[in-house]
Design a protein around this ligand. Structure first.
Ligand code: 3H9
Length: 694
């Protein structure tokens, strides 16, 4: 293996180049190379060293593929110490993203030059970890505990300009990394700038109120996570310790975190979201061009899709049915873009330019004749969709991708309305479409490979997480949702309250329980779904009817102030409504059900067993390619707690035999609903887990 760290002598300046594609992670060979380079520089004639990286970025962190294996020396903190303890100055040049261990290496250098556009950050909490190579110790010594903790608990990437303002960067540059480093090194020589070690600085005084407020905010934003608050504690405790001791303490907690299921789950999520786009069917297939996207329908979904495309540099033509609807859609898009300006995501000038140059809103289908991809987001009715696709077939240019944003309808049937089913695909966005990152790419029987590739290319252009799904009612996400929602309804029928179900699931880690979600989405949505599915109901199937009753009473959820909960000024987030309990009790009575008690643990077990079981069916039917695709769908579209890695990873964690046992026990009372997936039974019999299929 070639050494990924090269040492070059340029007169009085040494240049240490890291070259470890794709992201210059600080793998073992890089750590060893840094230690060796530090020793060479210590002995050499050069007076200043420049540390820089090749390729797209400075070190993007520790090598995550090494996590879970026995750590091998030299450890990163030691490699950093080898650089920091040098008696001659080391200048680090940051381009791309210096993250985690990469930023920690930079903090161990005596000066930091950042290229404009570069970013630094400590995203370890996203992996269930705390910074483990001095991030909780050197950064507070530079910027104070509160600013440092804000950076490492939010995992945010700090821009070069902000880093300069905070004192993290000593200089900003427009040059390339080599030139920027050489220039600063010449300044070090000319001005005789000394070695400057953060480890020798003391932490500035901390404002107790600001720290308490930050801790409160962090705890609220990350329920269930253990690493965020531990990282703050380590920073605070380290401030009063000699640096070596503080580093040992940080290392100890880092290794503790490394051993947690949360770390394993979050790293599973990290790699899974990158694997969903790695499909054998896309190898060597070139996507079609995407410059101009047509969107049909300017409601919440169509408007969100249009905004997502605009914010990512695509031209958009949005079609509505008449002048009034066109006007309304245009206003809605302008409003959403104005929000982006307010949130600092877009400048006011940028918004005006998008509206003037990139967006056309019209009621004329002919305007779609130059679109590369056309996404239909009209009312969820097969007749309406068929009408739209017939019109599209007439106006779209040859080779245009024709996509439906349907959330459950049969994409094959929609494709059959056109003379070009090979160009038809499902692109299932989640609302709000400019925010939610999941994009289900629904591949119909005749969809051409380059159309699938175009779906994935569009997802990339829109910075979405794409998941390939096959055709079935609800695809991956909504099909599984229907099953665990039914499991929850059956538990309510049997005696649990909606409030208890929601609470148990929030305690498990979901941001909201299913009934709070139903109230948010609108009770009318669930009502329409139940009506649609009514003809498919089978003998022996159980479901709850109280949602229909709420609908008939006009209790449509948050928007009417009443749903499963009461929403008013006193309880904007909702409080349990005794009347709903009465409605459910009446239904139990009418159905001859004697209510029984449920523990929170049982609620979670059943809810998760239903989700996992349907996930297994979805995988074995090929609707999802791998269990990881189910995990990513649930993580990015359905609020599944990331620190649990997704339902299939969670199943592996608790053991598939336990999941099967839960299903078999529940099947004694309801053999219709609780039918164990063959795949689950096979894996249990063979002693394998879902991950063996990833
Ligand atoms: C840490 O540093 C702990 C320390 O405090 C203490 C240590 C003692 N390792 O995302 P992309 C792969 S924790 C290994 O598609 P982008 C990735 O899997 C770490 N591999 O590109 C993919 O592989 P493939 C803290 C990594 O341009 C390829 O690189 N650091 C790593 O959209 C391209 O990745 C982080 O958490 C890694 N660290 O985004 C940063 N990173 O092509 C994690 C990436 O085979 N990384 N790969 O699928 C990122 O956030 C993004 O990858 C980055 C580039 C922004 C850098």
């Amino acid at each position: 293996m070639t050494n990924p760290v090269r040492y070059e002598s340029h007169g009085e300046i040494a240049v240490i180049r890291i070259d470890n594609p794709p992201v210059n992670a600080s793998s073992l060979a890089v750590r060893a190379g840094l230690v060796e380079a530090a020793a060479t520089f210590a002995k050499g004639p050069e007076k200043v060293a420049v540390l820089m990286a090749e390729g797209r970025t400075f070190i993007a962190g520790a090598d995550i593929t090494e996590f879970g294996k026995t750590p091998t020396e030299p450890y990163l903190p030691d490699a950093i110490m080898a650089l920091e303890s040098l008696e001659k100055p080391v200048v680090c040049v940051i381009h791309g993203t210096a993250l985690g261990g990469g930023f920690e290496v930079a903090l161990g250098c005596h000066y930091r030059v950042m290229l404009r556009g570069a970013k630094v950050g400590l995203p370890e909490v996203n992996l269930g970890l705390i910074p483990g190579a001095g991030g909780t110790q050197r950064l507070p010594r530079l910027v104070g505990i509160v600013s440092a903790a804000d950076i490492f608990t939010s995992a945010r990437q700090v821009s070069a300009e902000d880093a300069f303002a905070l004192g993290i960067a000593d200089e900003l540059s427009n040059a390339d990394p080599f030139e920027a480093g050489m220039e600063f090194a010449r300044k070090v020589l000319a001005e005789g700038l000394p070695v400057r070690r953060l480890s020798e600085m003391s932490v500035p005084p901390t404002d107790a109120d600001s720290l308490a407020a930050l801790k409160k905010k962090v705890a609220r934003a990350n329920p269930g996570h253990i690493c965020h608050l531990r990282a703050i504690d380590v920073a605070v405790a380290g401030a009063d310790k000699p640096f070596d001791e503080a580093m040992l303490m940080e290392r100890g907690v880092f290794l503790d975190m490394m051993a947690t299921p949360q770390r394993k789950a979050m790293i599973h999520a990290f790699f899974s979201e990158r694997k969903t786009a790695q499909l054998p069917e896309l190898k060597g297939v070139t996507p079609r061009t995407i410059r101009h996207v047509g969107v049909i329908g300017g409601g919440t979904m169509g408007g969100g899709i249009a905004v997502s495309c605009l914010l990512n540099g695509l031209h958009v033509t949005l079609i509505e049915r008449d002048g009034e609807a066109v006007e309304k859609a245009h206003t809605g898009i302008a409003r959403t873009l104005a929000d982006s300006v307010k949130r600092g995501k877009l400048s006011a000038g940028g918004r005006d330019q998008l509206l003037a140059d990139k967006l056309v809103t019209t009621d004329d289908y002919e305007a779609l004749s130059t679109a590369d991809v056309i996404i239909e987001a009209v009312f969820e009715s097969m007749d309406v969709k068929k009408d739209v696709f017939t019109k599209l077939d007439a106006v779209a240019k040859p080779g245009a991708v024709l996509a439906s944003n349907t959330s459950y309808l049969d994409v094959d049937e929609i494709a059959a309305m056109t003379s070009r089913p090979q160009d038809v695909i499902g692109l299932h966005f989640f609302s709000p479409a400019h925010v939610m990152r999941l994009l289900e790419i629904v591949v119909a029987a005749k969809t051409a490979p380059e159309v699938v590739a175009t779906g994935f290319a569009l997802a990339k252009a829109l910075k979405k997480v794409p998941v390939r799904a096959g055709v079935c009612d609800g695809f991956i996400g909504n099909r599984i949702l229907k099953t665990y929602r039914t499991a929850a309804d059956i538990m309510v029928l049997e005696g649990a309250s909606p409030f208890q179900v929601d609470k148990a699931l929030v305690d498990f880690g979901f941001a909201m329980g299913p009934y709070a979600v139903a109230d948010l989405a609108g009770i009318d949505i669930g009502y329409l779904t139940r009506k649609r599915l009514l003809p498919t109901r089978q003998k022996g199937e159980r479901w709850g009817d109280w949602g229909d009753k709420l609908y008939e009473m006009g209790r449509l959820g948050r928007k009417t102030g009443h749903g499963h909960y009461i929403y008013d000024d006193a309880s904007p987030k909702g409080r349990p409504d005794p009347e709903v309990e009465d409605i459910i009790a009446a239904e139990r009575k009418a159905k001859g059900i004697n209510a029984r008690d449920f523990t929170d643990e049982e609620i979670v077990e059943r809810y998760m067993a239903a989700m996992i079981n349907e996930g297994a069916k979805v995988v074995s039917e090929g609707i999802a390619l791998r269990p990881l695709d189910v995990d990513v769908t649930k993580l990015y579209g359905y609020g599944f707690p990331r620190f649990r890695g997704g339902p299939m990873h969670y199943a592996d964690h608790i053991g598939l035999a336990k999941v099967l046992a839960t299903i078999e026990a529940a099947a004694k009372d309801d053999a219709f609903f609780w039918q164990p997936a063959d795949l689950l039974k096979t894996l249990v019999a063979e002693g394998r887990d879902f991950n063996s299929l990833n």
